[in-house]
Design a protein around this ligand. Sequence first.
Ligand code: SF4
Length: 373
Amino acid sequence: MSLLSQKLIQKSDVSDILDQVLHGNRLTLNDCIRLIRSNNPYSLGIIGNILRDKLYGKVATFVNNIILNYTNVCITYCKFCAFYRAPGDTEGYTLSVDDVVKRVVTARDLFGISQVLMQGGHNPDLKIEYYEEAFRTMKERCPDVAIHGLSASEIDNISKVEKSSTGEVLSRLKEAGLDSLPGAGAEILDDDVKSRISPLKIKSDEWLNIMKQAHEIGIKSSATMMYGTGEDDEQRARHLMKIAELQEKTHGFMSFIPWSLEPNNTKLQADGIIKYSSGGLELLKMIAISRIVFSGLIDHLQSSWLTNGVGMAQLALTYGADDFGGTLIGEEVVSATGARSTELTSDKIITAIKQIGFMAHERNNFYETIRIH
Ligand code: SF4
């Protein structure tokens, strides 16, 4: 660490916590709150970058993937969502199993994808056989493409449609070919926040419990946080601690992905509750804090280019993130906010990684390097 960096850290309002982290000590809720309240994101970034560098040196990974938003029909009406359409809406759509499989086959042939990230609305008309048939056919046609699909709240929705348990749904989907669960639907794991922004969605303990069930039967997952919902510092800190606690028990989270709420075209913005997103500096701070809090617990931390843009994702790699995320071809959820273009080719990601002096490693669904660029 340079002398200047050392001085910055010594002067920081959280220097005692940063010192503990460098000695491998686990943080408390109070430490976490203090990090979030720190007025010195740069010193957090120095430590985030040191922790990342110890693990990965100058390597940053990305995955060549598509997002398959199979339906926008949803009965959960989250106030931060611009993507859903109510049942019966003329703009509602649901892809047939044939179309789902065709998109995956085409993307595999055209772009050489190794992962499909499949997420959609809580469609009350889709029975579990829809997902099972889609997964089985995808695995037959594209055995080399991993299925990273269905958030905890989609699993809950299928269990309600089927009048079955979430455990049973997870087992059947695993049997059909599901490889891992995305961490979406967590937002902020605090029921006061959830009641305000997504009152009809599963509560915090249900999200954690579905993740636990998945991990226990060998389905790995990612975890996420959508901040900037009007939550307070303690609610944000508790979110991180809840994920850390579950990870200590199950070791099933492969990665953590913090992103900011994008309020364009959402009810939260229409009601004047959230006027704009949290911005770049807050992203860098949350990246650094995530690396610090999950040090020794969750290996991978994704930079969030989708909601913050490529330039911010490059900076995030220097604040503690090690993974650029995916090419996300076909994304429609964030696109619905009209915020920005939501597709990148692998060439553009490779260039973005190289521009900041890192080596670009293409990974698979399980964060194993499959190609060095
Ligand atoms: S975030 Fe998901 S569950 Fe909520 S309204 Fe949008 S599609 Fe439905």
